[in-house]
Design a protein around this ligand. Sequence first.
Ligand code: AMP
Ligand code: MG
Length: 347
Amino acid sequence: MPVSRRQFLGACLALGAIAATGCRAPLSLHRQRWYLFGTLLDVTISHGDAQQVELALTRLSALYNDIHRNWHAWKPGALMDINTAIAHGEAIRVDRSLENLILDSQQLYRQSSGAFNPAIGQIIRLWGFHDDVMPSGKPPAREHIERLLAVPPTPTDLVIQDGILQSRNPSVQLDFGGYGKGYALDLGMALLREHGITNAVINAGGDLNAAGYNDGKTWRVGIRHPHQAGVIAGLDVSGAEAIYTSGNYERFREDEGKRYPHIIDPRSGLPVQEISSATVIHHNGAVADAAATALVVAGLDHWPEVASAMGIKHAMVVTETGDIQLTATIAQRIQLEPNVRKRALVI
Ligand code: AMP
Ligand code: MG
């Protein structure tokens, strides 16, 4: 006979102190999906109290709708107001969450030697990526790109004092497409923890934060192959970890069969080449997200040094020709698919 929730809790209380840690409602799996941050966002929770889960998901939904609106790079909201103020040389008040997002991005910009640069919104817009549909047609003129880079925009051009933001450079336009998702997933996991939920995965189109266990088992995660359907590798996750992949295959501009990916080298203003995807594992989603983007920009000659400067030990890149380069640390964590193993080089 199934045990009712009241009977179960009653039994727990009767067991008293001995059961204080071991006596919990049986875990069950809860799933919720939303379309957010330009992708399908999938929340999976392994927890015993359905009401607690429902409350947490309601709060999470409110948090994410707020973030979606206020951190959006090209739709009305707080970030757009900030970008408008910067363009007009005006000061503007920023809320605490955006202040933290901006301050953390300054550090990641420095650590990545400028490969991760969320201040190049004008260039990203010029290439046509500030739109829900993928751009097509001739790439922007060289002179136009150069004009936007004449005074190179960087997040360190921004100063925030007592909640008031001002930019030393009017060409700064913030675009957090490269790490806002990771930042939001960190905040989401913290919110779940505050609601007593310690076993969960928040997955935003393959970029994910995981915590705890899936009904006592590890979470199984797949890493997408950049050139074909399916995965290139898999790994087991238990505890708190974030796994982020940036790929130049996700969004691109297409002109006469040539593709111009949405990840831009901030120094040249041109879409990246050489690396098709970079995968990073880190305990912090924002760092993992920023680093994955930065490694694609850094290219084959520089990705290991950029990874190390950003505190990343677990990193793997896939080249445009399908070769795989990976750190020894990630090589021990992931299982590459058999058909790609001979193309992998541990460096
Ligand atoms: P991700 O998929 O995390 O690599 O993010 C890609 C998005 O980041 C793009 O669509 C742009 O909005 C933005 N982005 C492009 N290039 C850069 C860059 N070098 N640094 C920071 N953000 C970038
Ligand atoms: Mg990223």
